[in-house]
Design a protein around this ligand. Structure first.
Ligand code: 13P
Length: 254
């Protein structure tokens, strides 16, 4: 049985005071105990948020990491730096890193391996553009990102990885994939895992949905067989709304 995971990707939002306040409000919220909760603030507020959520059971993640462990890489952050300040997760291959920063599957793969080697859980994102969906290429694109970004992982490593399906056309647009559209891609991803590894491994990996998840659509999405949680952007910036999404994951898990 996969335990649901609800992750908040704060992206490049909030200041220090707002970040701490959001983390404190979430810590004080009435959250179900049968859902794992993760917050991913900007790098510069990780430390402050780490203190604010200390002892609550809420996990801390970063939004990216570099694959080298130390050295002359101006502006970059290593996996060991993230574990040092209490991170246990890292989002990798987010569509904004792929499409705004130009990250390739080759680069993302190196980051996934480096994160796992440091003991971090990667939340590896895949997802198609609108024109790719409209031209019937969703499966092909998702499969090529899956193969490229998760190349060379052992069965044990992939079991420690979380996959997030985020259709690019649904991110920040208010357009959510329907539960059926999302479930179809999640089932494809699970089949890819089964084909490459085996069914036990495939059944153990958590696959999150992301793209305009809100309190009012979370339960429907989460009730789908292969949707194990959500990667939430905008709606994770409000403690009350994010708590409602977390608790919606519990209802459907019951
Ligand atoms: P929104 O929830 O704002 O659409 O963002 C989704 C996302 O990109 C999470 O990583």
């Amino acid at each position: 049985m996969r335990r649901p995971l609800i992750a908040g990707n704060w992206k490049m939002n909030l200041n220090r005071v707002e970040s701490v306040s959001l983390a404190r409000d979430l810590s004080a919220a009435d959250l179900t105990s049968d859902v794992d909760v993760l917050v991913c603030p900007p790098y510069v507020y990780l430390d402050a948020v780490s203190s604010a959520i200390s002892g609550t059971g809420i996990s801390l993640g970063a939004q990216d990491v570099y694959f080298e462990s130390a050295g002359a890489f101006t502006g970059e952050i290593s996996p060991a730096m993230l574990t040092d300040i209490g991170c246990t997760f890292v989002i990798l291959g987010h569509s904004e890193r792929r499409h705004v920063m130009g990250e390739t599957d080759g680069l993302i793969k190196r980051k996934v391996h480096a994160a796992l080697a440091a003991g971090l859980t990667p939340v590896l994102c895949v997802g198609e553009l609108l024109e790719e969906r409209e031209s019937g290429k969703t499966r092909e694109i998702v499969e090529s990102q899956f193969n490229g970004s998760l190349a060379g992982l052992t069965e044990e490593q992939v079991q420690k990885t979380v996959i997030a399906y985020e259709p690019v056309w649904a991110i920040g647009t208010g357009k959510t994939a329907s539960p059926q559209q999302a479930q179809e891609v999640h089932a494809d991803l699970r089949k890819m895992l089964a084909d490459r590894y085996n069914s036990a491994t495939s059944e153990s990996v958590r696959i999150l949905y992301g793209g305009s998840v809100k309190p009012d659509n979370a339960a429907d999405l989460m009730s789908q067989t292969d949707i194990d949680g959500a990667l939430v952007g905008g709606a994770s910036l409000n403690a009350e709304g994010f708590a409602a999404i977390i608790n919606a994951a519990s209802v459907s898990a019951a």
